[in-house]
Structures are given as C-alpha cells and as structure tokens.
Design a protein around this ligand. Structure first.
Ligand code: ATP
Length: 339
C-alpha cells in the first residue's frame, strides 16, 4: 500500500482526506482548522454578530444545524465573540421523524451545554403535520410545513428575545435555491436567496454562517468529530423540484467542484432592474408577523385548515384573498356593533 501523502499544510502529519472544496490533502486537525476558520471569516466579514448578542440556532437535529451549533460554540469560545447561544427547535408533529430528531437535539443540548427551547405546531397552530397531511394529502403539505416553520422560528425567537436566528443552510442549499429561482423566474427570491443576512427592522434578523460550507465537508467534519446527528429524510418531504436541482448540482460538482461556489457568486452579482416589482415587507394585520400581503400566508393556510378548506392559500389564489377579506370585513362589522 502506498504511504499516505503528507498534509499539504506541511504540518508534518499524514493526510487522511482530500477536501472536496479545494482538493487539498489534509490531516484531521488541519481540516478542522481550515473548515472552522472559513466559517469564522464568513462571520467576521459579514458582520453577523455583535458582542453580547443572543443567538438562536435553528436546530433540527440534522447534520447542518448540529455542525452549526458545534462550530458556533467552538468559535464563540476561541475568538471570544461574547455570544449567548440557544438551540431553538420546531416540532412539526411528524411521528417517526421529528420526534426522533428532537431526541438528537436534546442530546446536543446536554453535550454542548446550550439551552434548548422546543415549540410545536400543535401549540402554535392547533395542528400537527400528521393531522395536516391527513387533510391535504402528500402533495402540498410541504407548503404548510415551510410557511409554518418560518413563522414558528420567528415566534420562538421572540419568546427567547434573541437578536438573531442562525440557520444551517449550507453552500449546496444556497446554490440549489439560486438554480430553482432561475428556473421558476422568481426574481424577488433570486435577489435575496444569496444574502448572508436577511430581514431586520421589525422582524428578527436571520443569518447563514455555513453559507460557503460544502455539504460534503459538513458531513466529513461531523464524521471526524464524532458528532451525533439525525440523518433520516422527512417521511413527507421528497420535494421533487428541489430534488432535480440537487441532482443537477451534484452532477456539476463531480465535473467541477467549484460549481457550487461559482453559482453562489453568480447569484450574489445579479442585479435586478429598478422597474421590476418587488413584494413589500409589512406586518400581517392578523398575527402581526412579517408578511408580503395584508394577511400572511400562515394565517391564510391556517384559516383554510380550520374551515375545512385546506387548499385555500395553495398557489396564487384570488379566492383565498376574497374569502379572507370577507372574513376581515365581517369581523370589523362585528367589532363595530359589539358595544
Ligand atoms: N424543525 C426545525 N427546527 C428548527 N430549525 C429548523 C428546523 N428545520 C429546519 N431548521 C433550520 O433550517 C435549516 C435548513 O433546513 P432544511 O430543512 O433545509 O434542513 P437540512 O438542510 O437537512 O439541515 P439540517 O441538516 O440541519 O436538518 C436547518 O439547518 C435548521 O437551521
């Protein structure tokens, strides 16, 4: 057997891996340092945090958010960021999936000594994903899950009174999203999907410290560090459209590993013409959370479920708008005659 090559940093140790992102052959310690330093650079150059910030890590128990929690804890101690870290998990109510992954998050809480807050769809909306799927079937259930999760994270962050939510979106996720938004012609999302930081003002800031970390390296990092994470796919999820973008990106990566970062850079450089209409950011007149419409998507979807019209709010439906505004009018009338 040929001897292992030496680590390309010239540290004197034998290399044990080839970095998917750069092709460098590295020993374990030099890989950890390179991986962590790149995330530190993302945090510092992107000004993601200030000393004293309270940061909620969106923790699903999967590899990305587990690595994010571990690396943020490590960097917070190494570079004295002065952050107060929390784990925030949303329990969507998916039996055989989220209940198991939450056990992993609970273990991470104990291993890393970071407090954990779990919020469920059941307590926030009165519905679990299991009961939503029983109503709507398997076709559009991801819409409910995505919309509710986004708002649930905001609600959890408000309860924890944090300054920022950090999510485990990695470079592959972002490159896939760029491709999907191009294919769908979704200009508003295309413009913001590469942002390192989103929202702010009256909604809670979100950031993606793993924006430039390759999925393959996240898996290697977790493996060589012996991190415990949950690796099963959601039982309801196979998001077909993202699946195609993912498969395409994996094929590109095989031919040219830099494709992932190149797509992100292309997305970052895109400029949308001034006369392209963008959605407004406002607050939902019902729940007060961020929305691009008078009534947010979460409220429309919830109304549909509660009225036995689960398809209300799926797609771009004017019917939903009409029904919702009738409901608002009725409520206003009631309020004005109530006293
Ligand atoms: N149930 C949840 N509770 C809290 N945060 C979540 C939850 N689901 C997703 N997130 C956050 O959103 C990020 C992206 O979610 P996505 O569903 O794409 O998972 P993923 O790419 O498989 O990531 P992970 O490996 O962390 O599960 C996660 O890394 C995590 O920070």
């Amino acid at each position: 057997m040929p001897p292992f090559p030496l680590c390309s940093t010239k540290c004197g140790k034998n290399a044990i891996l080839k970095r998917p992102k750069t092709g460098d052959t590295l020993c374990k310690e030099c890989f950890f340092l390179a991986f962590e330093t790149e995330i530190h650079d993302t945090i510092v150059n992107g000004k993601l945090f200030k000393p004293g910030d309270k940061v909620a890590i969106g923790a699903s128990g999967g590899k990305d958010s587990t690595v994010l929690a571990y690396v943020l804890k490590t960097l917070n101690e190494r570079y004295k960021y002065g952050l107060d870290l929390f784990l925030l998990s949303i329990d969507e109510g998916i039996t055989g999936y989220r209940d198991d992954s939450l056990k992993t998050v609970t273990r991470n809480r104990d291993d890393y000594g970071i407090p954990l807050k779990i919020l469920s769809y059941k307590e926030l909306y009165g519905w679990t994903m299991d009961s939503i799927v029983a109503e709507i079937g398997r076709k559009n259930n991801c819409t409910f899950c995505g919309v509710f999760r986004r708002q649930a994270l905001d609600r959890g962050a408000a309860i924890l009174e944090v300054d920022c939510i950090a999510t485990g979106h990695n470079a592959d996720d972002i490159a896939e999203t760029v491709l999907m938004n191009i294919l769908r012609g979704d200009i508003a999302r295309l413009q913001r999907c590469t942002s390192l930081i989103t929202a702010g003002a009256d909604s809670i800031m979100r950031c993606k410290p793993l924006k430039y970390a390759y999925e393959k390296e996240i898996v290697m990092y977790a493996y060589f560090n012996g991190l415990v994470y949950f690796s099963t796919e959601c039982i309801y999820a196979p998001n077909a459209y993202r699946g195609y973008a993912r498969a395409f990106l994996k094929d590109l990566e095989k031919i040219r590993p830099s494709s992932i970062i190149d797509i992100i850079h292309s997305g970052e450089q895109l400029q949308v013409r001034d006369n392209v209409k963008m959605p407004e950011r406002r607050n939902c007149t019902r729940c007060g959370f961020v929305s691009s419409q008078e009534i947010c998507k979460a409220c429309v979807l919830l109304e549909g479920l509660n009225r036995g019209l689960p398809k209300l709010g799926i797609g771009k439906s004017n019917k939903a708008k009409k029904i919702m505004s009738l409901h608002v009018d009725k409520k206003n009338q009631q309020q004005s005659t109530d006293f």
